[in-house]
Write a new protein. Structure first.
Length: 174
């Protein structure tokens, strides 16, 4: 990057991300809009950089990247109603309650590999298809149907935050 990016370039949100490293993108977000993660969960720099890598292909501009990062960092206030109608059935609240209990009682190290095993075990025990539980978890965590892979997303968030979001979603569908 030859010249520093000016605030006006950020403010118009059309700054293209091509050619920028994840570090440069994160620094631009923080330097030019320090409130972007205000009232959001705290992710460490390493996790934010991982999320930037995940969203790189979906984000051509700084604005789009901020939107994607906020979809993970912010607790959802609404849920995709069309998706809700497709997914929610008589057992959904029960399954979410059981998943919450499993997460609360689990002593696993919170990383992608361990979370993957926990969800697969849960799915098998309750005879739930992985795709179904993945959609429910994604909807609980970010409020919409599209986003990063479920295991990656779970590992990016703090266990307590995941439980909090699952509880909020369960209350919402009751």
């Amino acid at each position: 990057m030859d010249a520093p990016i000016k605030n006006s370039q950020f403010n118009n949100s059309h700054l293209l991300l091509d050619g920028l490293t994840s570090e440069e993108i994160l620094n631009l977000i923080i330097e030019n809009n320090e409130n972007v993660f205000e009232n959001k969960i705290n992710l460490n720099r390493e996790k934010l950089l991982t999320l930037i890598e995940i969203f790189r292909d979906r984000s051509k501009t700084l604005l789009k990247m901020c939107m994607h990062l906020n979809s993970i960092c912010a607790v959802p206030t609404t849920y995709d109603s069309e998706y809700l109608d497709e997914l929610i059935n008589d057992n959904t609240a029960y399954h979410i309650e059981m998943l919450i209990k499993r997460l609360e009682l689990s002593t696993i190290e919170w990383n992608e590999e361990s979370v993957t095993e926990l969800i697969k075990s849960f799915s098998k025990e309750f005879d739930i298809k992985i795709a179904y539980i993945a959609h429910i978890i994604r909807l609980s965590l970010i409020g919409k149907s599209d986003g990063p892979g479920m295991y990656k997303m779970l590992s990016m968030l703090d266990r307590d935050d995941v439980i909090k979001r699952l509880k909020k979603f369960r209350s919402y569908i009751l």
